[in-house]
Design a protein around this ligand. Structure first.
Ligand SMILES: [Zn+2]
Length: 435
């Protein structure tokens, strides 16, 4: 446990203010990208003394990182221990180089995260995710779990039958999985007559997809896992650039911030910080990163934060669910929609086995939206589509084009981009909102 998890707001602020000066000095000395940024300021970067002062500095965009990737590296190449990369879901992938100390920091972050998600040394974790392909999260989870003293089974993604066999044979207590894969696991268990309630699994740490609505209640995806299975879900949220996760405790009231490792702001379109409860873009400043530290990096993720102490006893701020990504905002028939809102509606209809939401540009440069769904063999297609249309109208106030397609076609389209992360949203628009 980090002492800052139970510190007062004043102590946390004091810690972060103290951490800022060495970070800025480090960037000034070692980062070609930030050296140029600082040189263009009309004041001295040393004038930035507190987290509140950060708002005077310009933000860093994903585009900056894409275009000047190696100018962010602060150490000689021989000091790099591992090269990870972003998924490239939103444009060109970015390489993040980590030193040995950065890897240790990553493991410490996940050690705190899994401990926060009620992890114990006697747990056995089954990892249902990629541990190669330059995927940072895989090694982060692995190292963090080992640091808690618990045991690990590295199963990799996919292969439902083998995952269930391993649950039977090795009796893991916790799964780490993408929630939609857990839904598929539940369905596979049901068809093979395996009652998951008799299994050893008590908890699932859910990665990559949101399991809560904006009121932090379990969303339809979460309910599809827990309907009929007495298992507890914990959400964790991270990204390669952040090198830091926000993970829920057992009270499920947002992902806990780890103030030792990261400064975060929720900012408006001009990059100015917003107070607790207001929706804005998550902007992060890494602490303790040697390889590629980031200063006021705009993640593109839209969310709120909660400042109130948590029932678990931690005093750290908590991040609400990501309601969408700035760059994925759609303007459809006069309504602003994030793809996540469409996913949330699709998850409420149990017959939807898989789906793809696709955006394109019309001849008039407006956004077009199409949804393709796969339904089970023998389903009453007309009746399901009627329910889906009603749910979409109620949830989105507009009705995108809706098609039924064979399951294998939809799965192939989901896998067409980065195989580490099946894409449920395909963006073919010619112009997108800026970062
Ligand atoms: Zn808590």
């Amino acid at each position: 446990m980090s002492p800052l998890e139970h510190a007062s707001r004043e102590e946390i602020d004091a810690y972060q203010n103290t951490a800022l000066e060495p970070l800025l000095a480090y960037l000034q000395a070692n980062s070609p990208f930030y050296q140029r940024r600082f040189a263009a300021l009309d004041f001295e970067v040393a004038d930035i003394r507190t987290v509140a002062d950060l708002a005077r500095l310009p933000t860093t965009s994903k585009q900056d990182l894409q275009e000047h990737n190696w100018d962010f590296l602060c150490v000689p190449r021989r000091e790099v221990a591992e090269y990870c990369s972003t998924s490239g879901t939103l444009g060109r992938p970015v390489t993040i180089a980590l030193t040995a100390a950065d890897l240790a920091r990553l493991h410490y972050n996940e050690y705190l995260s899994f401990a926060c998600a009620d992890g114990r040394p006697d747990d056995l974790y089954q990892l249902m995710l990629t541990l190669d392909r330059q995927f940072m999260a895989g090694v982060a989870y692995y190292g963090g779990i080992r640091q808690t003293g618990a045991s690990v089974i590295r199963m990799g993604p996919g292969n439902l039958a083998a995952q269930l066999d391993t649950i039977r044979q090795l009796e893991p207590t916790v799964l780490v999985a993408v929630p939609s894969f857990a839904v598929a696991l539940v369905a596979h268990a049901r068809t093979t007559g395996f009652d998951l309630n008799t299994s050893s699994v008590r908890r699932i740490v859910c990665i990559g997809e949101s399991i809560r609505d904006e009121q932090l209640q379990p969303n339809a995806l979460a309910r599809r896992i827990t309907d009929g299975w007495n298992v507890r879900l914990y959400s964790t949220y991270a990204s390669t650039e952040k090198q830091t996760a926000f993970t829920e405790c057992g009270h499920g009231r947002g992902g806990h911030h780890q103030p030792e490792l990261l400064i975060f702001e929720i900012v408006d379109e001009q990059g100015q910080p917003l107070p607790a409860g207001q929706l804005g873009e998550l902007t992060i400043t890494t602490l303790g990163v040697a390889g590629m530290p980031l200063l006021r990096y705009r993640t593109g993720d839209i969310c709120t934060y909660d400042d109130a102490p948590c029932a678990c006893g931690r005093t750290t701020r908590r991040l609400g669910p990501i309601v969408g990504r700035q760059q994925q905002l759609l303007k459809y028939k006069g309504t602003s929609i994030y793809p996540q809102a469409v996913f949330n509606v699709l998850h409420t209809v149990p017959e939807v086995m898989a789906y793809v939401v696709e955006a394109s540009s019309s001849d008039l440069e407006t956004d077009e939206l199409e949804i393709s769904v796969a339904l089970p063999a023998g389903a009453d297609e007309a009746a399901v589509l009627a329910r889906l249309r009603a749910a979409l109208r109620a949830g989105l106030r507009v009705l995108p084009a809706l098609w039924v397609q064979p399951l294998l076609d939809i799965l192939a389209r989901q896998q067409a981009g980065d195989p580490r992360k099946p894409a449920r949203f395909i963006d073919r628009r010619r112009t997108r909102p800026p970062f």
